[in-house]
Design a protein around this ligand. Sequence first.
Ligand SMILES: C[S@@+](CC[C@H](N)C(=O)[O-])C[C@H]1O[C@@H](n2cnc3c(N)ncnc32)[C@H](O)[C@@H]1O
Length: 218
Amino acid sequence: MPSTSLTTGNRALNQLVTGFFGNVARAYDTAALQQAVYKPPQDQVVKELRAAKSRRIADIGCGTGILTTRIARELRPEVVYGVDASTGMLAQARARSSEVRWEHSAAEHLPLDDGEVDAVVSTSAFHFFDHPVALREFQRVLAPGGLVAIATMHPSAPTARPIQRLTRSPLFPAHAPSPRETRKLLEDAGFRVLDQRKIDRPIPSWLVPDVITVGRRT
Ligand SMILES: C[S@@+](CC[C@H](N)C(=O)[O-])C[C@H]1O[C@@H](n2cnc3c(N)ncnc32)[C@H](O)[C@@H]1O
């Protein structure tokens, strides 16, 4: 098994991002924030995992582990990993469940064996990753035919487009790829994309416009 590492590829300032989340970890679990922003994509991921009957699951950029713990409780898989590069977020996660295997590691260097899991999921975190490097890792740790489900932000308003273009540079700490870019990134990494859809939420969706992309390892 590769050793735990915080090597995060080329996306700039990622340690500042994960450090930031470490500092806000307690506030992160506020019920209203979770309900409006983070829960809707998590609901979609649970739906996909249930439909795929996944048994060995990794949640990448798991944060305080709300989705990961829910997967353990509701789906009763053989194993579920929660992986995050922020010590503060993981401390909250560890306190939440002892059923999950928590791993302090970067998405770009996963501490999992080749083909070890049959599903890799990620909610509200992919925009911080070095996409091609992380997707290569997702492909490596997935068994053939394994499920990938990524929910990530995509500001679709025309006014957001110049910023979107700018953030493509790895010098920016985050880039939210468009649905088309996400599809291409997955296909280039060897996934077959099966579905892409907007995520409904209880607040106007333009406030947090995210899209889930579902695929299979070829
Ligand atoms: C907005 S939170 C989302 C957490 C969780 N998935 C959820 O739905 O609530 C983003 C998380 O991504 C993590 N993160 C950012 N860059 C990362 C990287 N390169 N590798 C692993 N985790 C990363 C941050 O530490 C943070 O916990």
